[in-house]
Design a protein around this ligand. Structure first.
Ligand code: AMP
Ligand code: ZN
Length: 462
């Protein structure tokens, strides 16, 4: 049984998708006015873990991640640099996709861009106007919150709090301060669309309602984001979508807590603001960053420090050395053992149970460490058989589909080098240190350096 904490009910609930073997999921994506920062990646890594876990659990996942390429910030950037909106945002869209690869984040099924879905947004706004949930003032169109009694059900804010929401200067014509813009009338700037509802551009919230329902249907399974998205963004998405369709919009809302740097909110003025690129330029290992962002439970705040990054680098190095060590045993003689099978079954069960409990990553990862330590005990005593090594590799590959940290991203070594490394491991075990050193020197002469770690031997190119 899978359970997730649903922000809507503030409880852990059993997860039952609408269709038996399929999960439809929507993730609020980047606003492409700058490079994404590591706080954003905390959210994207959590969503990646969720996506991969659901596939591991046997579901087909259809996932949408939007790209917000029109808003105040992208418009300001394009005007500043004297570019078209597309020219300005393309650079950051490309960078975003490169960043996804650096962190091994799985691609969504669809990455719809707001500027390519204006028609869908216009249709939705027209529907809201027809049903009396929206009104026009000075060319802009606003959502009438008083027409949607369920407003506040996600954020659990009370009415009075919502009534005190601040209004932008250009929105003073609204009926009520808390009403929000669905469509903004064109001003002086050159970025607007001529449409049935006038000349203007969409507000931010409407894009997520229009694009999620286009690709996932009027009701879908999961919607995610960081906690800052709960109010007003997701609250407004619910209002627009449910007012338009008369149906429940989303069944499970999952939100991750924020990333802090050295215990503080990240901000440019404090000098503790990092994009992923800043960290990679400093030489940080992207897989270690992925590990660090993934291994704090998504609903707990994540404190990013230099020390925690160092620890993650060590852990990733150890796990990858373990994986390589097992690979070196693949050609060993011998059959399957009961012992290895028992360890695999127990780790496999523990891993699945951990993640099934609202993505309890600590519990899932601790199962892997226990497994590594059990197999290392065998390796200390005996030579691992090729059949057992094969089973372990298959198991590690399978769980790596979810966590993507174990299998090193390295070239495959030629077979004769692997045999030498394997022979050296055997020589060391038999205390034939002369032969072991001979092999080490021979490999060093070929540019391969060996490092003996507590989890086995790892190689690097000189
Ligand atoms: P934005 O580009 O600001 O719309 O943010 C994209 C995603 O990153 C949203 O899901 C936000 O909730 C999330 N996010 C922004 N800042 C942080 C942070 N410091 N920690 C975790 N998630 C964040
Ligand atoms: Zn959104």
């Amino acid at each position: 049984m899978i359970v997730f904490f649903n922000t809507l009910s503030r409880k852990k609930e059993q997860f039952v998708p609408i269709k038996n073997h399929q999960v439809r999921m929507y993730t609020c994506g980047p606003t492409v006015y700058d490079y994404a920062h590591i706080g954003n990646f905390r959210a994207y890594v959590f969503e990646d873990l969720l996506h991969r876990f659901l596939e591991y659990a046997g579901y087909q996942v259809i996932r949408v991640m939007n790209i917000t390429d029109v808003d105040d910030k992208t418009i300001a950037g394009a005007l500043r640099e004297n570019l078209s909106l597309n020219q300005y945002t393309q650079k950051y869209i490309d960078a975003f996709f490169q960043d996804l690869e650096s962190l091994k984040l799985k691609k969504a099924t669809y990455f719809p861009r707001a500027t390519q879905h204006i028609q869908e947004m216009v249709l939705l706004i027209k529907k809201l106007l027809e049903k009396g949930h929206a009104y026009e003032k000075d060319g802009s169109i606003y959502f009438r919150i008083s027409s949607f009694p369920d407003y506040g059900k996600l954020s659990h804010y009370n009415f009075e709090q919502i009534l005190t929401v601040q209004t932008n200067e250009d929105e003073y014509e609204k009926e009520e301060a808390r009403d929000f813009a669905l469509w903004k009338a064109a001003k002086e700037e050159p970025f607007f669309w001529e449409t049935d509802i006038g000349k203007g551009r969409p507000g931010w919230h409407i894009e997520c309602s229009a694009m999620s329902m286009k690709y996932l249907g009027e009701t879908f399974d999961i919607h995610t984001g960081g906690i800052d998205n709960i109010f007003p963004h997701h609250e407004n998405e619910i209002a627009q979508s449910e007012a338009a369709t008369g149906r429940r919009f989303v069944n499970y809302w999952l939100h991750c807590a924020h990333l802090l740097v050295n215990g503080e909110k990240m901000s440019k003025s404090k000098g503790n603001f990092y994009t992923l690129r800043d960290l990679l330029k400093k030489g940080c290992n992207p897989v270690a960053i992925r590990y660090l962002l993934m291994t704090t439970h998504y609903r707990d705040p994540l404190n990013f420090t230099e020390q925690s990054l160092k620890q993650s680098e060590n852990t990733v190095r150890h796990l990858q050395a373990f994986y390589q060590r097992i690979c070196f045993s693949l050609k060993n003689p011998g059959g399957e053992s009961k012992e290895v099978e028992t360890f695999i079954n127990s780790a496999s069960r523990g891993f699945l149970n951990g993640l099934s409990d609202d993505l309890n990553i600590s519990s899932a990862i601790s199962e892997i460490f226990r497994f590594v330590s059990n197999i290392n005990d065998i390796l200390e005593k005996n030579v691992l058989s090729g059949r057992d090594a094969e089973k372990i590799v298959q198991f590690l590959k399978k769980i790596n589909e979810v966590i993507e940290i174990i299998e090193p991203d390295v070239e495959q070594l030629p077979e004769h080098i692997i045999s030498l490394i394997r022979e050296r491991e055997r020589a060391r075990k038999e205390k034939d240190f002369k032969r072991a050193d001979e092999i080490r020197n021979n490999l060093a002469a070929q540019g391969i350096l060996l490092e003996d770690t507590q989890y086995g031997t790892r190689w690097i190119r000189k």
